[in-house]
Design a binder for this molecule. Structure first.
Ligand code: PEP
Ligand code: MG
Length: 563
């Protein structure tokens, strides 16, 4: 455990500073590999029953204070922990000679297979069942329960990594900072933290050695984690924040370069609440509504009525501004319990994104119907655009465009996230109205580097020459067809890279709403010709580091306070 003043460096992914005690998110403990085989199955069975009863009771207690969204999930999970058939199955394993935690693990696995085989609602319960398994094993092993703990006062959350469903439920008033040992700048923890406006540092090695409750200060811009900070360090962090805020306060309004070239600045959102919060800020709309976040922590897909209501709220919140809705992008790092197409060896290369929509057309049809109904219900006032994720071919783009246009949706686009789509952007753009580059996945697929792998974050940098070439290729397709190109991956929210993207030909940038002011201020400091020169330097560079250094040499010195 780290007991003295220590500074750990990670990657800053959501700007801002925080200063509080830490609360740890513990991983699931798994089976106790040293436990003896059961010699008294009746007594051990009673121990397991008592552990399950205690898990059920704590879940019920948690449900009472949970949000309306989380309550039914916790109640349903509590019911599973009270399931007599499961307890009986554990006793059977004990009689066969398993130790207690092994028996719980194996009996749950059999039960999970059974539920998965039944399909539908039953199959959707598998995630909850695993939650019961992990909590019961912790109870039996006398370990604290895994997952995000109940937080009652402001704290910095420490984790190896966080699942999207865990991050999406965090309360920014209590979780004032996030630090993970793993992850990377484009992992969903990073994206959601920035969206929630919570300062965050990822890939901070060794942070799980910080003891629960230790005082820590973080800078989510610089990627610094200070354990046991001195008063001077806390004061210095406060000064950094003040300088930055003063620099940002100077620019407001539409995105524009120093010489007046417009670059729309938009917010990425994941829920109707995010939409309302972003719409109240100084942004020109939303450039990426990640609708899968409406589905992530659900047992079943929201109904047509519920989706219509949600989309109407978002459209209404933005008035006449731009609203780019991305249809369901599930699979791989964003699994959905009710749209599981079975095990895949390589889920990131499997049936995810639009491919999953092709296998589950019902989900996409309901979504598009709901969107069309919401557009009508709100008087067709918003500048509504709908786009598909993970498009690789013209056939896929046409399939999607026909469906969307068939419902009267005014503008149809695609995300460029796969190298094939970047290279063939001219052909793809000829069948749609616009494209938005998902630099997170485009980097992952160009560099063959898993975006969830913190250890590969250098390869995943959008400054990599090959990734910049992909972006350039996409913009050339945009030029050839006269269709606009946007960027909605994390690269768009990096003030320095944003200048390069504009120089490459991108006409709008969408990012976590907390990142808009710094990008706007950066654009106002540079004219379009400088952005183009930066793009030329970046494209000429032989390494990612050279590209960044060459561009940095051209920046206005006032940029320093923005980073
Ligand atoms: C991207 O890949 O850059 C993107 C915006 O989509 P997501 O991060 O949701 O995969
Ligand atoms: Mg993506």
């Amino acid at each position: 455990m780290i007991e003295q003043h220590t500074v750990i460096y990670g990657i800053g992914v959501s700007t801002g500073t925080a200063n509080a005690g830490v609360v740890k998110v513990l991983p699931a403990p798994g089976v106790d590999t040293n436990e003896p085989a059961s010699t008294d199955p009746a007594a051990d069975g009673e121990r397991v029953r008592a552990a399950m009863a205690s898990v059920a009771a704590s879940l019920k207690a948690q449900a009472e204070h949970a949000s309306p969204k989380a309550r039914p999930i916790l109640e349903a999970t509590a019911q599973l922990a009270s399931d007599r058939a499961l307890a009986k199955a554990v006793v059977k394993k004990l009689k066969q000679g398993s130790g207690v935690t092994r028996a719980v693990h194996d009996a749950t696995e059999d039960y999970a297979q059974l539920l998965a085989g039944l399909g539908g609602y039953m199959a959707e319960r598998v995630t909850d069942l695993y939650d019961v398994r992990d909590r019961t094993i912790c109870e039996l092993r006398g370990l604290p329960k895994p997952g995000v703990p109940d937080i009652t006062e402001p704290a910095i959350l420490l984790a190896d990594d966080l699942a999207p469903a865990e991050t999406v439920g965090l309360n920014p008033e209590l979780v004032v900072g996030i630090v993970t040992a793993g992850g990377g700048p484009t992992s969903h923890t990073a994206i959601l933290a920035a969206q929630l406006g919570i300062p965050a540092v990822v890939k901070a090695r060794g942070v799980m050695d910080i003891a629960e409750g230790t005082h820590v200060a973080i800078d989510g811009g610089a990627g610094e984690v200070i354990v046991h900070p001195t008063d001077d360090e806390v004061a210095d962090l406060r000064r950094r924040t003040e300088r930055r805020e003063a620099a940002l306060a100077e620019s407001t309004g539409a995105g524009v370069t120093a010489d007046g070239y417009p670059v729309a600045l938009l917010a990425n959102i994941g829920t109707a609440e995010d939409g309302a919060a972003a719409a109240a800020r100084d942004v020109e709309g939303t450039g990426l509504f990640r609708t899968e976040f409406l589905f992530l922590d659900r047992e079943s897909a929201p109904s047509l009525e519920e989706q219509t209501e949600t989309y109407s709220r978002v459209l209404e919140a933005f008035g006449t501004r731009r609203v780019v809705v991305r249809t369901l992008d599930a699979g791989a790092d964003k699994p959905l319990s009710f749209a599981n197409l079975g095990e895949e060896e390589n889920p990131a290369l499997g049936r995810r994104g639009l491919r999953l929509s092709q296998a589950r057309e019902d989900l996409l049809d309901t979504q598009l119907d709901a969107l069309a109904a919401a557009y009508e219900a709100t008087g067709r006032t918003a500048d509504l655009r709908v786009m598909a994720p993970m498009v690789a071919t013209v056939e896929e783009a046409t399939w999607f465009a026909d469906k969307a246009r068939g419902r009267g949706l005014p503008k149809v686009g695609i995300m460029i996230e796969i190298p094939a789509a970047a290279i063939a952007s001219k052909q793809l753009l000829s069948v749609v109205d616009f494209a938005s580059i998902g630099t997170n996945d485009l980097s992952q697929y160009t560099m063959a580097a898993d975006r969830m792998q913190g250890a590969l974050s250098d390869l995943l940098s959008p400054w990599q020459p090959a990734v910049l070439q992909m972006i350039k290729a996409t913009c050339l397709g945009g030029d050839a067809t006269g269709k606009p190109i946007s960027v909605c991956g994390e690269a768009g929210g990096d003030p320095l890279l944003a200048l390069v993207l504009v120089g490459l030909g991108v006409s709008s940038l969408s990012m976590a709403v907390s990142k808009v002011p710094a990008v706007r201020a950066a654009l106002r400091l540079h004219d379009r010709a400088t952005c183009q020169q930066m793009a030329a330097y970046a494209l000429d560079a032989v390494t990612a580091a050279d590209a960044k250094a060459a561009v940095s040499a051209l920046v206005n010195p006032k940029m320093r306070d923005l980073l």
